[in-house]
Design a protein around this ligand. Sequence first.
Ligand code: DAH
Length: 341
Amino acid sequence: MLNRLKELEDEAREKIEGVSSLDELKTLKVRYLGKKGELTALLRSLGSAPPEERPVIGKKANELRELLERAIESKEQTLRDLQKKDKWEKDRIDVTLPGRPVELGQKHPLTMINDEIKDIFLGLGFQIAYGPEIETDYYNFEALNMPEDHPARDMQDSYYITPQLLLRTHTSPVQIRAMEKQAPKLPVRIIAPGKVYRRDDDATHSPMFHQCEGLVVDTDITFADLKGTLLLFAREMFGPEQKIRLRPSYFPFTEPSAEVDISCIMCGGLGCRVCSSTGWLEILGSGMVHPNVLEVSGYDPRSVTGFAFGMGVERIAMLKYGIGDLRHFFSNDLRFLKQFN
Ligand code: DAH
């Protein structure tokens, strides 16, 4: 029996030493020390040993139990330490790695120009008005002196939703909406920035683009007020040396009407590729508000006058920043957008 004890000891020690997981160790513990374990079974059979050997065997068996308990305990500790170390290795953060930079956004160039336009006109006492992008035929055309069969409608190829509802082709309908809202109070002095839509798509036209409308109505507003306001705008936007030129034009909602040019910002007016050797660049349409437009909006054209203008925001941004293709604004290319930091 003493031999059997020795065998058991050697075998158990070897097994415990060779174990590589906590689960296996638990199985071994049950196998040797459990209620039905081998050492327990051996102790139970103590009765069959010669009586004089019993105390020695009993003592040895108890020593072996203690020894195995300690061996298992220490192995358990070793395995737990290893497990912890593994986990730590896996989750470890390398604090010497360079950090990932947080990318900061910035204003879109069109937003920057829009903000500048707003600042300039707010400084002149204008207020900002907005209108819907889905507009009725009445506000987009009819009230602007463009009845159904008017040829000027052809210049603005439109997106119709129903025969009476369309995506607005310009910001001019906000003129009517703003006047209707405040008539007959004077003065009306608003700008109306926003998106407009036309069936156009090339390097200088996009189906969606931005305009900023301007409208002033009061007693004694003259063409000189229009010219002075736009000259001041051009100088604020493009620099103090900026000149403007007004050319006779035609819009159904203004009379007289004028196209406004600025002296070419590339060549200063000498003539270059950008201005097609003319020295001038067109930036907006304008004119004195047509009496019919005042009338339908609730103002008496015999006692008030007004001027209006409408500019293309993309066009102004392209001129100011020297951008050759309007589609850059809408392609979301960071290489382009990051240049406006
Ligand atoms: N709405 C015109 C267009 O989109 C631009 C325009 C011209 C607006 C003359 C005006 C104006 O207010 O007076 O082509």
